[in-house]
Design a binder for this molecule. Structure first.
Ligand code: TMP
Length: 251
């Protein structure tokens, strides 16, 4: 196979030049990191699961008219996506207090928030992705006022979709992070959901037991990450059978 040009390598994914202009191949690695890569491991099968789960969620977004970068899955670890300029923000939506919000504000993990709360972090690993306000975003020109309105609307729509999909399989969507891409269409620019949506970037708790089914299993040493992600995939019908730990994939 012809050698592809690597465009970027991040902590969990590699981006290669795509086969057609305006496309990118997104390769999901098995690497897991937490606390800005202070904690690292290779988790056999994680990339395969996240490739399938991100495909599942992005396809669902497309079906309800939420624009996103996903074009098609190529193989077990790769998907073809639209090339876009990533807005340098991590957009976090929270339905229940957890993680850094619980620490910052002293709210017990699991407390239901009065309404979904959207937070923005500036995407810069060397700074540890600090929380920023819309004032910083506007003043430093990371996104315009119109962009911020579009980003808020996308984030809340993704939240409604993801909350519903998860609720249907007995999982609470506690919070999640998305990234936003800018694409140009003639004279216009449009914002779309980019990067990935997977248990790496969400907090997912079993509604009955409270069991964590997301990357906190790795962050907090709570057991097998692939078991947790496989359980999410199995409930969503992305993987067949019961208690599949090794990703045996359906087409
Ligand atoms: P936090 O509580 O640590 O700020 O995380 C909020 C949500 O964002 C949680 O679902 C995990 C996700 N997240 C990422 O996807 N990437 C990150 O680098 C961090 C810190 C959080």
């Amino acid at each position: 196979m012809a050698r592809r040009k690597k465009i970027y390598e991040g902590k969990a994914k590699i981006l290669y030049e795509g086969p057609e202009p305006g496309t990118i191949v997104q390769y999901f690695k098995d690497d897991a990191t937490a606390f800005n890569a202070e904690k690292k491991d290779v988790i056999d099968g994680k990339g395969v699961l996240n490739n399938r789960l991100s495909e599942f969620f992005m396809t669902g977004l497309t079906q309800i008219g939420i624009p996103n970068h996903f074009i098609r899955r190529l193989n077990m670890r790769e998907q073809l996506v639209r090339n876009c300029e990533i807005v340098p923000l991590e957009v976090i939506v929270r339905n229940y207090a957890a993680g850094s919000m619980s620490k910052r504000l002293g709210i017990a993990e699991g407390t239901q928030l009065p309404r979904p709360i959207v937070e923005y972090c500036y995407k810069d690993d060397s700074l540890g992705d600090p929380l920023v306000t819309e004032e910083h975003i506007a003043a430093f020109g990371w996104a315009s006022q119109q962009d911020m309105e579009d980003i808020l609307s996308l984030a809340l729509r993704v939240n409604d979709f993801m909350s519903g999909v998860m609720l249907a399989v007995g999982i609470r969507l506690v919070d999640f992070k998305i990234e936003i891409g800018r694409v140009y269409e003639g004279d216009y620019q449009r914002l779309i959901v980019a990067d990935e949506i997977s248990p790496d970037s969400c907090r997912l708790w079993d509604i009955e037991t409270g069991q964590k089914l997301d990357k906190d299993v790795f962050r907090r040493d709570l057991g097998s990450l692939t078991d947790a992600y496989s359980e999410v995939a199995r409930r969503l019908g992305v993987l067949p059978g019961n208690n599949v730990t090794k990703p045996t994939l359906i087409n």
